[in-house]
Design a protein around this ligand. Structure first.
Ligand SMILES: [Zn+2]
Length: 263
């Protein structure tokens, strides 16, 4: 029969706690400590703290069974918090090392002109009746991206702004266009009214109009004639017979036979 558990005071409790930490405690000492910490809050927290220290040092087996799990749980919790903090730090670092090369790759592509950011070909519908690839665009829905080879057309009331780099094309009323080139902004006008601004080319079945930088050229293509008005800057008309310089303020027309006439 085990005798009654000896009562110890706080000083003795602290001595026992140190002994446990050193691994030099005895069973009666530990039993006495256990009784003491049940009633003494200060020693209890020291005891739990010491057991936590032991657990964190990998000495779980030396812990009092009653306190072991609690200490391990506390330690595990701390370890998992640290693990989360470490993995966050890692992932932030990893993100940085991944993001920088990606950023430079994007920048180099943009510089090489292979990515279309703001300057990429786009259509902005300024009224109802603007179609791209056979779909009507919503007015004020923002710019719709277009690619070389794609066809745009406007109805009688349709108005659209097409941007290719610094070149702008305005479709007014009945107009049908096909984007032919981006590096040298080129459109093919099938019919209708088109305003061409900036360095650009417009292909028509009656000839090619090349606008210089800063020029504004108004084109009107019907079944049997092409009207050319130079509102600003200069342009060149290119046809089978050669090239003709067209100057600011001049109006020209090309007949069905491809003859250029000053109006
Ligand atoms: Zn105490």
């Amino acid at each position: 029969m085990p005798g009654p558990v000896p009562k110890i005071d706080c000083d003795q409790a602290q001595v026992t706690i140190r002994a446990i930490v050193r691994g030099e405690d005895s069973n009666p000492e530990r039993m006495a400590l256990r009784h003491h910490v049940q009633a003494c809050e200060g020693c209890h927290s020291d005891y739990v703290g010491s057991m936590g220290t032991l657990a964190s040092l990998g000495h779980e087996k030396r812990l009092d069974r009653a306190i072991r799990e609690k200490a391990i749980r506390k330690f595990e919790l701390k370890r998992s918090i640290e693990a989360v903090a470490v993995s966050k730090k890692l992932s932030r670092g990893r993100l940085r090392t991944l993001a920088y090369p990606a950023f430079f790759a994007i920048m180099m592509l943009a510089l090489a002109g292979r990515l279309n950011f703001g300057g990429g070909p786009s259509v902005l519908a300024q009224s109802p009746g603007v179609w791209v690839r056979g779909h009507e665009l919503e007015t004020d829905a923002g710019e719709a991206r277009i690619k070389v080879g794609e066809v745009m057309h406007t109805g009688p009331e349709g108005q659209a702004l097409i941007s290719v780099g610094e070149t702008e094309w305005r479709m007014r009323g009945q107009c049908a266009l096909r984007l032919e080139g981006v590096a040298n902004p080129t459109m093919r006008l099938a019919e209708g009214n088109l305003e061409m601004g900036g360095p650009a080319r417009c292909l028509t079945r009656l000839g090619v109009i090349r606008g210089s930088e800063g020029s504004v050229v108004l084109l009107q293509l019907t079944q049997d004639a092409l009207g050319i008005q130079i509102a600003q800057g200069a342009a060149t008309f290119i046809a089978a017979h050669g090239e003709t310089e067209l100057l600011t303020g001049q109006s020209w027309s090309v007949d069905a036979g491809g003859n250029l006439l000053r109006e």
